[in-house]
Design a binder for this molecule. Structure first.
Ligand SMILES: Cc1cc2nc3c(=O)[nH]c(=O)nc-3n(C[C@H](O)[C@H](O)[C@H](O)COP(=O)(O)OP(=O)(O)OC[C@H]3O[C@@H](n4cnc5c(N)ncnc54)[C@H](O)[C@@H]3O)c2cc1C
Length: 527
């Protein structure tokens, strides 16, 4: 790796990135790999915003076909396998079972619904099976597939996927998409950016950015002090805060705005005994997923609600929880109640405000706005986890005229830290770890591989027994792992560890989390 030397403090760096979500970290990694000097500031923890609250799918977005978002769907479909190859530890293929039912309806707002309403008025908004099959045919063929298998038809009266469903569902289509550990994706991009010379600042809030001659002067509050940074170009990747950063931090006049759309998920105990997901269609034109989650749970979501107020103040409301429960209860044999919900989370989509009438219809495509009235400012709107790498490439292409020395695009299929093994190599890697560390409890090696890939060996080091891994915090979390997260992944609090670097918060009690936090603070003081 050709690592540029980070600009010394006080020097002018090439790029200053505001926001440590997937888009900011993806851009920082790409830019650093092209030889640019980069500083990234995140006001809280990495992935603290939307990027840890997604449905966690690398997907083309089957439903976006109804909105004729062909460019977005094609790019996302192509990207799935590029990403699976680059991060076989934190992402994996998944099959989606789409049960068919005569209740399925279009959202009236979609171009497809309007077209079908004109051509076949007798359908009265119904979403016919043949149209879904046509959509899946396009889905299979638009984006080029080598790893992911194509669509097939299921007889739910015989297939195991039918068991969890009500008996009225007799037929389904099954298609492919992929899963990703969203907040790990963010932190691994930050790791790789740092390995290529970027400075990653967390708990670093950008409070002002002004054009000063040929560069930006950026004021950052960090650790109770105020720092000044200088950079030739500024990237505003503040996600749901993009408009507020634009108006209140850079104070640049712009007609562009963000539409904040809240999406909530509920987590319940495992509802079915297989590793496929369900794609459930509603009578309101919306769809939700029910996904096997962290071995013992099922993740159900998402909602789509316009969000007013602070993007950081976001939570699943009782009405959203009940909506998701009622949606699932129209499909599954076992009825869920609010008592089954063990956890909820919520995030805000920072969509480009295209004036669409409903939150569901607003474009999911990303929009990059470059302001060149002086040193460049690139504002990032929208985007998906799935297209973060392509978004970063487009961002660097837009900035290229300002950085003629920068190298070309390089990130496609380049492994993220720990992902340097074949896309189907997880079982072999788990077996290697189990052979070298036979004292690990059942399932521990698999969990480590799904978080750290080949870097699991660095975490476990020369350990010859459990005592060498330090304290056991519960749910398999050891002192060795937490120390790694603190020294390599910017984790500062127990919350960073149990809700973002891992999801062990689902299994730990509040007392265990508090004990972990105390241990981390003591380690930080001792360092
Ligand atoms: C419910 C839901 C489900 C989704 N599901 C999927 C999915 O399955 N697949 C998919 O591909 N996409 C999905 N998405 C979309 C995807 O999650 C988002 O597009 C993506 O995470 C946005 O990333 P971001 O980096 O732009 O924003 P964020 O992750 O929010 O990052 C922006 C960061 O900027 C920081 N920041 C803000 N202001 C400042 C400041 N002044 N100084 C320093 N830092 C600042 C914030 O703290 C934040 O961490 C989903 C979104 C939602 C809401």
């Amino acid at each position: 790796m050709n690592t540029p030397t980070p600009a010394p403090p006080g020097a002018i760096s090439d790029l200053f990135v505001i926001g440590g979500g997937i888009n900011g970290c993806g851009i920082a990694r790409d830019a650093a790999g092209r030889g640019l000097s980069v500083v990234l500031a995140e006001q809280g923890d990495l992935a603290q915003g939307t990027s840890s609250a997604s449905t966690k799918l690398f997907h083309g977005g089957l439903r976006y076909l109804e909105y004729f978002e062909f460019r977005l769907v094609r790019e996302a479909l192509e990207e799935r396998e590029t990403l699976l190859v680059a991060m076989p530890h934190i992402s994996w293929p998944m099959r989606f079972v789409l049960p068919l039912s005569p209740d399925m309806r279009f959202d009236n707002d979609t171009p497809t619904a309007r077209l079908l309403g004109r051509l076949m008025p007798w359908m009265r908004g119904r979403r016919p099976d043949w149209l879904i099959r046509l959509g899946l045919f396009l889905y299979d063929h638009m984006g080029g597939r080598r790893i992911l298998p194509g669509t097939r038809t299921l007889d739910l009266t015989r297939d195991a996927a039918g068991k969890a469903l009500q008996p009225r569902f007799r037929k389904a289509f099954e298609y492919s998409d992929a899963w990703v550990q969203d907040s790990r994706l963010v932190v691994l991009n930050a790791r790789d950016a740092a390995a290529r010379g970027a400075r990653i600042l967390t708990r670093a809030r950008v409070v002002a950015a002004t054009r000063t001659g040929d560069h930006w002067t950026v004021t950052v509050q960090r650790n109770g002090t105020t720092e000044t940074h200088r950079a030739r170009a500024l990237v505003n990747a503040a996600g749901p805060w993009v408009e507020s950063v634009l108006r209140n931090v850079t104070r640049v006049n712009s007609g562009d705005g963000v539409r904040l759309v809240r999406g909530s998920h509920i987590v319940v105990r495992r509802m079915f005994d297989h590793d496929r997901c369900y794609f459930l269609q509603g009578s309101d034109g919306r769809i939700i997923f029910a996904i096997p989650y962290e071995q013992d749970f099922t993740l159900i979501g998402t909602t789509d609600q316009d969000h007013r107020g602070e993007p950081g103040q976001v939570a699943c409301t009782d009405a959203e929880r009940d909506y998701l429960l009622a949606f699932a209860n129209r499909y599954f044999a076992r009825a869920l109640t609010a008592d089954d919900v063990v956890w909820t989370y919520s995030g805000v989509r920072p969509l480009y405000d295209d004036g669409a009438s409903s939150a569901t219809a607003a474009t999911r495509d990303y929009v990059l706005r470059l302001d060149e009235n002086g040193p460049p400012l690139l504002n990032v709107f929208g985007g998906k986890i799935t297209t973060y790498r392509r978004l970063a490439e487009s961002a660097l292409a837009r900035l290229a005229p300002h950085f003629p020395q920068a190298r070309g695009a390089w990130t496609a299929r380049v492994a993220l830290p720990g992902g340097d093994f074949p896309h189907d190599g997880v079982p072999a890697l788990v077996a290697r770890i189990e052979a070298r560390y036979p004292f690990l409890p059942a399932g521990a090696a698999a969990r480590l591989v799904r978080h750290y890939g080949t870097e699991s060996f660095d975490i476990l080091g020369d350990a010859t027994g459990p005592a060498d891994l330090g304290p056991d915090f519960g749910a398999g979390l050891t002192g060795a792992e937490v120390r790694w997260l603190m020294t390599h992944e910017w984790a500062r609090t127990a919350e960073d560890v149990v809700w973002r670097r891992t999801r062990s918060g689902l299994r730990l009690t509040p007392d265990q989390i508090a004990a972990l936090d105390r241990w981390m603070q003591a380690q930080a003081l001792a360092a």
